[in-house]
Design a protein around this ligand. Structure first.
Ligand SMILES: [Zn+2]
Length: 137
């Protein structure tokens, strides 16, 4: 916590805590707003479909806009999906969602994780490579 001295008009001095005004997220550009809407309409339903098809159960799903990952999965079974997934071809979108679902059982990228992912998403290594051709916006 940081403080500053404020000299009041009446000649007094006050110690005031400095509040950080950093925004946690930037406002959406029109393009991002459109992606967010499409992502909210589509991704939770598709994730539920893939999960029931392959026998996974997760706790929650949230749509995120960040520049560091396409998706993530916590130890508590909370899945985050990047709204940028809506810019991908369907098979890559599914690959990312299946990847995160597999983390419900394997919270790492070890051999067992890849074996599990291959069983639900055959050819996933190739899809993983293709994903590198796309950038997050
Ligand atoms: Zn992963």
């Amino acid at each position: 916590m940081q403080f500053k001295l404020v000299f009041t008009p009446s000649g007094g001095v006050r110690i005031v805590r400095i509040r950080r005004r950093r925004r946690r997220t930037l406002p959406d550009t029109p393009e991002v707003a459109e992606l967010r809407k499409a992502a909210r309409d589509y991704l939770p339903g598709r994730l539920a479909e893939l999960a029931s098809e392959h026998g996974f159960s997760y706790n929650s799903v949230r749509i995120k806009h960040n520049v560091s990952n396409w998706g993530s999965c916590s130890a508590k079974g909370n899945i985050n999906l990047n709204l940028n997934l809506m810019r991908l071809p369907e098979e890559l979108r599914d690959y990312v969602m299946l990847h995160e679902l597999c983390h419900l059982k394997q919270l790492n990228h070890g051999p067992e994780f890849h074996a599990l992912l291959e069983s639900v998403c055959p050819g996933h290594r190739e899809l993983q490579k293709q994903l590198r051709n796309y950038r997050l916006i």
